[in-house]
Design a protein around this ligand. Structure first.
Ligand SMILES: Cc1ncc(COP(=O)(O)O)c(C=O)c1O
Length: 371
């Protein structure tokens, strides 16, 4: 089976992890944490990095740093992973959903303004599947209405918008280092920001909001600490960051080349302003394909090609439309693009170290199944 994605640890990961163990720095202090934070934020072109235990933790820390609260609203895409939306919900604020752009699958910037109210406090821009959102338009609206912007760059390490790295084009950028991410620590996350006040607040909140003197807590904190062992892996990954990003992007470029004349699927795009890193190589079945997506994915699996369906949009989540908590997003609007890609999209094997032979095999099997 060609897996949909597997981690790639081609450098000093093992050496640094053993060093962390040998020196007995296994918890959330240790030199690798500082190195990882400094080097990854530098890679993003941002001053401060705050490592944490997951992408969700990074998003929650960012929402908390902005002091989101009940009665605030945050504009966010419906086509995303639930962590984006849940990180808003647990602050008490209400996510307000916007449909996807038909080309990039990111938030449709043309549909944001109509959702802004006098309660809106922030926009969450999620760079989907490695393609950047149209950040100039989002930042223009943020300035016009005095809003914060958070980037959920969990899937977009090294992706660029007009030459700037995703995560660096807003108040706070948030990353995940889960095993399928372009850079991984197994589990982990990071917030990056140029704002010292936010950086200090996130550092405090990730560690129970400890203050001085010790065991004084002036606000409600969390435990989102990253361990030195995870950071050891991350430090090694950042040493190879450019190579890891290019490898992943090259997988996408190879699929583009091999599938470009195949009319039964819609390929991922790369807008003029963007460097797409193709975190996952996502395709959408064109209308002429009559078989269901599930049937196609099953047939691919039988022939040794593993795939995953696209996200199910947030307005279709029982947790939200059943109003399991008070401030769930409204699911009543029409989201035609998210509905369509959510039903017809899936991604192909996208590991950074997938071989050319495996890519050939995936394309051959895909064509066979669809024809
Ligand atoms: C867009 C997006 N945001 C947030 C997350 C959450 O990251 P984590 O699983 O590290 O909490 C993910 C995870 O895949 C994601 O795809």
């Amino acid at each position: 089976m060609i897996p949909v994605c597997k981690p790639w640890l081609p450098g000093n990961e093992r050496k640094y992890v053993i060093d962390a163990l040998d020196t007995n720095w296994i918890s959330s202090s240790g030199e690798y944490i500082t190195r990882f934070e400094e080097n990854f934020s530098k890679f993003c072109g941002v001053k401060y990095g705050i490592g944490c235990s997951s992408g969700f933790g990074a998003l929650h820390l960012a929402c908390a740093a902005l002091e989101l609260k009940k009665s605030d609203e945050v504009i966010a895409p419906t086509f995303t992973m639930a962590a984006s939306i849940n990180s808003i919900i647990i602050t008490g604020a209400k996510p307000v959903l916007v449909d996807a752009d038909p080309e990039t699958y990111c938030i449709d910037v043309k549909k944001i303004e109509e959702r802004i109210t006098n309660r809106t406090k922030a926009i969450m821009a999620v760079h989907i599947y490695g393609h950047p959102c149209d950040m100039d338009k989002i930042n223009y609206l943020a300035k016009k209405y005095n809003l914060f912007v958070i980037e959920d760059a969990a899937e977009s390490h090294g992706a660029e918008y007009k030459g700037r790295k995703c995560g660096s084009i807003s108040d706070i950028g948030c990353f995940s280092f889960y095993a399928n991410k372009i850079l991984t620590t197994g589990e982990g996350g990071m917030c990056v920001t140029n704002n010292l006040k936010f950086a200090e607040r996130m550092k405090r909140l990730r560690n129970h909001a400890f203050d001085l003197p010790r065991f004084i807590h002036k606000e409600v904190g969390f435990n989102y600490r990253l361990t030195n062992i995870q950071a050891a892996i991350g430090t090694a990954q950042v040493e190879n960051a450019d190579m890891l990003v290019e490898a992943r992007r090259n997988v996408g470029l190879k699929y583009n080349e091999k599938l470009k004349d195949f009319k039964k699927i819609i390929l991922p795009k790369e807008k003029d302003y963007a460097k797409n890193v193709y975190w996952m190589y996502g395709i959408v079945l064109s209308d002429e394909v009559k078989l269901s997506r599930e049937e196609i994915m099953q047939r691919l699996k039988e022939k040794g090609v593993d795939t995953r369906n696209f996200f199910i949009p947030m307005h279709k989540q029982p947790a939200y439309y059943n109003k399991t908590v008070e401030n769930v997003p409204d699911c009543k609007w029409d989201f035609p693009i998210a509905n369509k890609i959510g039903e017809r999209g899936f991604y192909l094997p996208s590991s950074s170290d997938i071989t050319d032979k495996e890519i050939d095999e995936v394309c051959m099997v895909l064509k066979k199944v669809l024809e």
